[in-house]
Each structure stands twice: as structure tokens, then as C-alpha cells.
Design a protein. Structure first.
Length: 370
């Protein structure tokens, strides 16, 4: 019996500045290739060179194309030599496609529409509805996204499988010399509270900065560090940060390479993620895996990730957020407890388990009737 060929749109693996969806693509693809499998994997890339050190010796199709790669070049490949199944982990299903599975990471553009520009909202709406219409099955990273896909896009439950992301083993408490290196590199001379994520309105950075101002007013000598590249409506976000009046107690690092994230997390007094909405929220798990005491919003997927291992707070309540920051910063016992419980919680999320569950979805779709 011939091997099934599973094609994967791996184009997001070569993005230089990884956000959540690209991080997911890199890790789920590598984890799928590393696990024992009878299927033959075929990776499609809009590139002239493949990613380095790919495990499992997959069939790599390098297909550089200047524009509309998915709907033109990838569709053409589907006509020429379609796989038995196509997996799209972080983009859109091509117009011409075989049986397909897609990952929908979140529906933030519907839950918080004002946090997106109108053109981007329309683009996301068109792409997501096309994916829902075209996919045989939909993978989501959290119960939050599963509920949103069911209720807002009217997708029946039997077409949805929830598979949480994993945490890379590289995220572990960094040694003191690495923490010292990253602090020197970014001139972080004072203790700091850290938040990580692309700068766009749903991250709620403005309220976090206001809460941090209250922290300073109570005499706590600590900075607020935000690590994340500019996203949509970033000018509005940066204006809110400046208006909070933190002065030189606010540090914006822009994008931080993944190799430097572990010591940056590890060196923080606390990690804060008061997002208004997250389809998953990988930085929260990364911070907890590094042993950093965590504070997170008490809504969306962050509740699922945090369990009892983080301080949960209403992200719209600046005073409550400030109290949460104070409670963590001023108590060594609280930090030690959160650090220990956070590491335990983060170990529950592995890419190996995510890959195994994803492979089960592949098998389910391949065996289903046409």
C-alpha cells in the first residue's frame, strides 16, 4: 500500500521575526517530522533555500514566487502533484487544494474589531471564512478559539479539534551569566517587570503602563520593559504608553530574537500579560517555564494556560492590575510560589503532544469518506 503524502504549507518557517503563528509553524512542523510516522511529509516553501536542520528527511519543494504565492504558485503545485492531504498551519488554504486541514489561531478581529485597521479586518475576515468553507477539519489552540469558531462562524463541533501549543525545552531558568549578558545588552540597570508581544491594541499595554505608574508612586524602584515589534495600530499603542508618563522607567525593546528571550524572561521580577484577548498566549507559558512569576488577564485563553499558577486580574481594571503587580513585586514568598507552580504548569504543554494530536487529525481526515 502506497504511503499517504501529507503536504504542509511551511512558508511561515522562514519569517525572520517570529510572532506566535510563525513560532507555532516552526515547532509543529519539526515535531511532526521528529515523531515516528508512516506518512511521507512534503513541505512547500516560497524560498530558494530550505530551513536548516530539518529532521526526518522530508520532501522539500522550493517554489520562489514574487506575489500571491499561495493562490497562484501553491495552487499550481496542487494541480501538478497534489498530496493526499494539505495542512495549513498559519495562513490560508490555496484556491485549488486537496483535502485540507487548517489551524485557526484566534478570532480577535471579530471579538475586538476596533483593535484592527479596517483593511486588515476585511482581509482576515475573507481569509478566515475561506478557510472555514474549504477545510475538511479545523485545528484550534484553545477552548476559547473553539467556542469562537463555533459561535461566530457557525462551524459544527465535529469539524473542530482543540490542540494546545507546546513550550520549547529551551525555555528554562537561565543561568546568572546569561541574565547579566542580556541586561547589559539592553542597559537594564534596574529591576523590571516584563511583557512580551507584538505592539497592537489587544495587548492592553496602555493600561499596564498606567498600573505601573501606580507602582512607582508607591515607592517601588522598578522599570516596565515591553519586548515586541510594531503591529497594527502601533502608533496608537505607543501614544498610550507615552501618555502614561513613565519617562525613562519605560523601556521598549522592539523585537527580541528567540535566543535572547529566555534570559530576558528569567531576569524579570514578574511577567505581565493583561491582554484583552488571546487565542493562545504563548509568551505566558514561556515566562512560566523560565520560572518567572506571572500575572495575566482573567479572560480568554490565558485562564486555560495559567491554571492556578499565575495571578489573574481584570485587564480593564487599572487599580486591580496595579494591586496584582504590587502583590508579586513586594513578596519574595509569592514570587517563589508562582515560580515553582508556573514551571509545573508549563511542563504540561509539549510540542510532542501537540504533534501527536495533530497527526491523529490527519489520520481521521484521510480515513474519512470523500
Amino acid at each position: 500500500m502506497a504511503q499517504n503524502v501529507i503536504g504542509i504549507d511551511a512558508s511561515r518557517m522562514l519569517v525572520t521575526e517570529l510572532t506566535g503563528t510563525e513560532t507555532y509553524t516552526c515547532n509543529i512542523v519539526r515535531a511532526l517530522l521528529e515523531r515516528p510516522h508512516e506518512e511521507r511529509y512534503r513541505l512547500y516553501l516560497n524560498a530558494s533555500e530550505p530551513p536548516t536542520d530539518l529532521p526526518g528527511h522530508p520532501d522539500v519543494r522550493l517554489m520562489p514566487f514574487p506575489r500571491i504565492w499561495t493562490h497562484v504558485r501553491l495552487s499550481l503545485e496542487m494541480v501538478r502533484a497534489a498530496p493526499d492531504l494539505l495542512f495549513v498551519p498559519a495562513h490560508v488554504i490555496p484556491i485549488i487544494h486537496p483535502k485540507s486541514i487548517v489551524t485557526i489561531h484566534d478570532l480577535g478581529y471579530l471579538v475586538y474589531p476596533d483593535s484592527h485597521s479596517v483593511p486588515q479586518r476585511r482581509m482576515l475576515q475573507a481569509a478566515t471564512r475561506w478557510n472555514v468553507r474549504s477545510a475538511r477539519h479545523i485545528v484550534v489552540p484553545s477552548g476559547t478559539t473553539a467556542r469562537d469558531v463555533r459561535s461566530r462562524l457557525k462551524v459544527p463541533n465535529e469539524r473542530i479539534t482543540t490542540i494546545p501549543h507546546g513550550v520549547s525545552p529551551r525555555f528554562t531558568p537561565a543561568p546568572p551569566n546569561e541574565i547579566a549578558r542580556i541586561r547589559k545588552e539592553h542597559e537594564l540597570d534596574r529591576p523590571y517587570i516584563l511583557s512580551v508581544g507584538t505592539r497592537h491594541p489587544r495587548k492592553n499595554y496602555g493600561r499596564l503602563a498606567q498600573a505601573h505608574r501606580h507602582l512607582l508612586a508607591q515607592g517601588h524602584d522598578i522599570d516596565l520593559v515591553i519586548a515586541g515589534k510594531r503591529g497594527w495600530l502601533a502608533d496608537e499603542v505607543d501614544r498610550d504608553l507615552i501618555d502614561a508618563g513613565l519617562g525613562d522607567r519605560l523601556r521598549i525593546l522592539d523585537y527580541v530574537p528567540i535566543a535572547n528571550l529566555c534570559p530576558l524572561y528569567s531576569g524579570a521580577q514578574a511577567f505581565a500579560m493583561p491582554s484583552l484577548y488571546e487565542g493562545f498566549g504563548l509568551p505566558l507559558l514561556e515566562a512560566m517555564a523560565c520560572g518567572t512569576p506571572a500575572i495575566a488577564a482573567n479572560q480568554s485563553s490565558l485562564v486555560e494556560l495559567a491554571g492556578d499558577a499565575a495571578v489573574l486580574v481584570d485587564p480593564l481594571d487599572v487599580e486591580a492590575l496595579s494591586h496584582a503587580l504590587v502583590s508579586v513585586v513586594q513578596s519574595e514568598n509569592a514570587r517563589a510560589t508562582l515560580s515553582r507552580e508556573g514551571r509545573t504548569q508549563a511542563r504540561r504543554f509539549t510540542w510532542d503532544e501537540a504533534a501527536s494530536a495533530t497527526a491523529n487529525v490527519f489520520a481521521q481526515v484521510l480515513s474519512a469518506a470523500p
